[in-house]
Design a binder for this molecule. Structure first.
Ligand SMILES: NC(=O)c1ccc[n+]([C@@H]2O[C@H](COP(=O)([O-])OP(=O)(O)OC[C@H]3O[C@@H](n4cnc5c(N)ncnc54)[C@H](OP(=O)(O)O)[C@@H]3O)[C@@H](O)[C@H]2O)c1
Length: 255
């Protein structure tokens, strides 16, 4: 159970922890007694967290800078000894229609949402492989299941993360390293506050963090929620294009 004592990790690194889901998850881990390293670009917000919880340490970081990611990873290892759980959660969302097509935003979405994760993997994998231990959680989105309206920059970056997690799971199957793929539906955070379209089954960030924690403790591969949105989109995923496009257009009418 999510609030049971003795979590399976002594240390964790939550990347993208200044606001939203990452922040709430870092707090929940700290409340369970896990030593938590929190990273993002907003040093002040991270410091506030660190002041509030004695077992949270702040490490300012831009995940698109591979050198800084390696350096931050090294500093955390020096402080914590090892990283048992890494939650690679940093992300950006730029709603984009064809009329608003912006290559810079497409590039930034890939650089943060997918590149940020590969930068962290580059730092994390050698140590985890040599210890034959660890748990890596990649945060994607149900928006990565199939192409969706207004997601020209976002959906491809999240589809890449889903694929990356699947490959990583297969590659690490002969080791004791766990891989989790987190696919949230709509969650009320600063990220979704810009959305002007309906967000069915939206849940709070605290609720999302609780569901993630529960799934991570069970070492589940895919942690996806809420089920109503997940199963609708999973159903759309198996349809042929001739059925998918008209149905998707109808279901997202007004988006
Ligand atoms: N909210 C949803 O409905 C929803 C649905 C599906 C998936 N997700 C995914 O869940 C994750 C968390 O999103 P959220 O909703 O909690 O949004 P959020 O509150 O905007 O949090 C995003 C986090 O990513 C960090 N970040 C962004 N760019 C970064 C960079 N270059 N380097 C380091 N950190 C960076 C932000 O911190 P700084 O700005 O301080 O750097 C922040 O801590 C994202 O990957 C998002 O795509 C969210």
């Amino acid at each position: 159970m999510a609030n049971s004592p003795n979590p399976p990790w002594k240390t964790a690194w939550v990347v993208g922890a200044s606001t939203g889901i990452g922040r709430d998850l870092a707090i929940k881990l700290a409340q369970l007694g896990v030593e938590v390293a929190v990273s993002s670009r907003s040093a002040e917000k991270l410091q506030e967290l660190s002041k509030e919880y004695e077992n949270i340490e702040a490490f300012e970081l831009d995940v698109t800078d591979s050198g800084s990611v390696a350096n931050t990873h090294q500093r955390i290892i020096e402080n914590f000894g090892s990283i048992d759980l890494a939650v690679l959660n940093a992300g950006v969302w730029h709603p984009m229609t064809v009329a608003e097509f912006d290559v810079e935003r497409c590039r930034q979405s890939m650089d943060v949402n997918h590149g940020g994760i590969t930068n962290a993997l580059q730092a994390l994998l050698p140590g985890m492989l040599s210890r034959n231990a660890g748990h890596i959680a990649l945060v994607a989105s149900v928006a990565g299941y199939r192409g969706l309206p207004k997601a020209l920059a976002y959906a491809p970056s999240k589809a890449a993360v889903i694929s990356l997690a699947e490959v990583l799971k297969l590659e690490l199957e002969t080791t004791d390293i766990d891989v989790s793929l987190i696919n949230p539906g709509f969650v009320k955070t600063p990220m979704t506050s810009v959305n002007e379209f309906p967000m069915p089954y939206i849940i709070s960030s605290d609720d999302a963090a609780e569901r993630i924690l529960k799934g991570l403790k069970r070492r589940k591969f895919e942690i996806a929620f809420p089920w109503q949105l997940v199963w609708s989109l999973k159903f759309l995923r198996i349809l042929p294009y001739s059925l998918y496009f008209p149905l998707a257009r109808r279901l997202t009418h007004g988006s």
